[in-house]
Design a protein around this ligand. Structure first.
Ligand code: GLU
Length: 549
């Protein structure tokens, strides 16, 4: 068969350049030995998830700890899944978590020599190499219809054979020249398939950067390279793009491990040197005692937006993922609590080999710790940023009063230099936590443990004598005075000695004040809360609680 003629008939484009030319257009990168070139290659579906961040973090670390390059390629061959603005949203989301690309789609960089970075814009290069493979007899046209393919699958399933287009099942593999040209003349649609030379009875060893030595079976599937609309499959585009973008290390989810034999055969058919591969384990969650993969349908926490919306501290999310990526990270952090997490010596080879258990409680703990290490001013800026994007109009009005909120945060967090409280877990919860400092958000449901007379007695007496100029001990002396007048023990020790002599201790009396002022039986130091609120508002709260019982 005249393969050159066949290739020209199947791919008649007259604007293609020679395959060799591409080696010149996209030369080897001038990087130090050992520098890794990595990439994130999402589909523009608009859904960016924790797995993407997990992978991106590994990519970014692998590139930036070795003086390499981390770039963004958009795998937009499936137009059905494309969502407007998705690429910007990937970039924005990752940036929020401190991950930046050096090169790639929508990245303004002088390094952008290896584009275009959208696969849709790379049709010419894929067609060039499909043509080359046809000329070399390594690819052929397949005219099978959906129905024919379904019939092949059904026959294979019935005989319990591997399904797919291979060996004797690959009907179009051995079409004669006449049959091919007849089909073409009849205008039948066709795909271009790889003519696999593999044999599934042969196995070989492959070294994955994470999984180590794995045993792989050769591919024997005549997989599709170009679909009938001329668009490449993931496999074909992957081999061409990662070769010409000069990727050194492909970090991708372990769901691709089963396609590895196909990729190995493709790289070899194309005459390209393979990059190294690191197949990352899936993120799992514990669900009723069982471990299962995080699922888009069931788990809102898979979406990265979830973390921004809830206001987890971004560095906390990254640090938590680092603990999943490299088990040594946590220990390193304990030894270097003040160091920048980027100083940790990340190693792809130390990444977990099997399912990483994602634990939201652990992330919350890290987020609390990170937030507790901010100064009240920094915390104000963080919470304010959240209110701007996700808060209500009322939140934004509250956060316009910087001095007032910083004062509140000094109390809630503990001022600089003092032991820090960890009450703020994430921005949304932190903003709600201080709502009671604003009258227009204060709508308490009082839950007093004493009768109306006692409550009114405590609140009324305290309102009479409260003076915001009192320091903590003068303030507390007044609480004791009021408590004693209402039948509470002024000292806890007295109460303990003879509980039946009192209706409660001074702590119980203070709780009545606390509920009246904050709406809750738990709060930071009440004396300070009242001084932040000021005399008028504090007394108004005592009075309105009296009116409510
Ligand atoms: N577009 C593929 C995905 O989103 C990329 C896989 C890869 O990194 O090679 O799963």
């Amino acid at each position: 068969m005249d393969l050159k003629k066949l290739a020209a008939a199947l791919i008649p484009d007259d604007d293609l350049i020679s395959p060799e030319k591409y080696e010149e257009i996209y030369p080897a990168r001038l990087l130090e030995k050992g520098a890794e070139v990595t990439r994130l290659a999402p589909s523009p579906t608009g859904f960016i998830h924790l797995g993407n961040l997990y992978s991106a973090l590994a990519d970014e670390r692998a590139a930036h700890t070795t003086g390499g390059v981390f770039y963004l390629r958009i795998e937009d061959t499936d137009l059905k899944r494309k969502v407007d603005g998705a690429v910007e949203s990937v970039i924005r989301s990752l940036k929020y978590f401190g991950i930046k690309f050096d090169e790639g789609a929508e990245i303004s960089s002088k390094l952008n020599y290896y584009g275009p970075y959208y696969q849709r814009q790379r049709a010419k290069i894929y067609r060039t190499f499909a043509k080359k493979l046809i000329e070399e007899g390594k690819a052929y046209p397949c005219f099978c219809t959906e129905e024919e393919l379904a019939a092949i699958r059904a026959a294979q399933s019935e005989k319990k054979l591997t399904t797919g287009y291979y060996g004797a099942f690959a009907k179009c593999r051995n079409l004669t020249e006449e049959q091919i040209y007849e089909n073409l003349a009849a205008g039948k649609p066709y795909v271009i398939r790889l003519r696999s030379s593999g044999d599934i009875s042969r196995r070989f060893t492959f070294r994955d950067e994470i999984k180590g030595e794995i045993s792989v079976t050769e591919n024997d599937q005549d997989i599709v390279l170009l679909k009938s609309d001329g668009i490449p499959t993931y496999h074909f585009a992957h081999a061409i793009d990662d070769h010409f973008m000069r990727t050194t290390l492909v970090i991708r989810g372990e769901e691709w491990l089963s396609s590895l034999p196909v990729h190995i055969e493709l790289f070899s058919a194309l005459g390209f040197r393979m990059p190294r591969y690191a197949h990352t384990c899936s993120l799992m969650k514990s669900d009723g005692g069982n471990k299962r993969k995080l699922s888009k349908r069931k788990d809102p926490e898979l979406s990265l937006d979830y973390y921004r919306r809830a206001g987890y501290y971004p560095v906390a999310v990254v640090k938590y993922l680092m603990t999943l990526l490299n088990s040594g990270f946590e220990e390193w952090e304990l030894k270097n609590p003040l160091a920048d997490w980027r100083d940790f010596k990340f190693k792809v080879s130390k990444m977990g080999k099997s399912g990483a258990l994602f634990d939201l409680d652990k992330l919350s703990d890290i987020s609390r710790t990170e937030i507790s290490m901010l100064s009240p001013g920094e915390c104000y800026a963080f919470l304010k940023g959240w209110t701007e994007e996700f808060g209500t109009e009322k939140d934004r009005q509250h956060f316009a009063s910087e001095a007032y909120i910083v004062k509140i945060l000094e109390l809630v967090m503990g001022a600089d230099g003092k032991k820090r409280r960890k009450d703020i877990e994430r921005a949304e919860q932190g903003v709600r936590l201080i709502d009671y400092f604003f009258d227009d958000s204060f709508s308490p449901v009082y839950s007093f443990r004493y009768g109306a007379d006692t409550v009114k007695g405590v609140l009324g007496r305290f309102a009479e004598i409260y003076d915001p100029a009192d320091d903590n001990s003068a303030w507390f002396a007044k609480v004791k005075e009021v408590a004693a007048a209402e039948g509470f023990a002024a000292e806890t020790s007295e109460y303990r000695k003879d509980p039946s002599a009192y209706i409660g201790s001074v702590a119980d009396a203070a709780e009545i004040l606390r509920i009246a002022v904050t709406g809750s039986a738990n709060s930071p130091d009440l004396c300070t809360i009242m001084s932040i609120l000021g005399k008028e508002r504090s007394i108004a709260r005592l009075k309105s609680a009296m009116g409510a019982v």
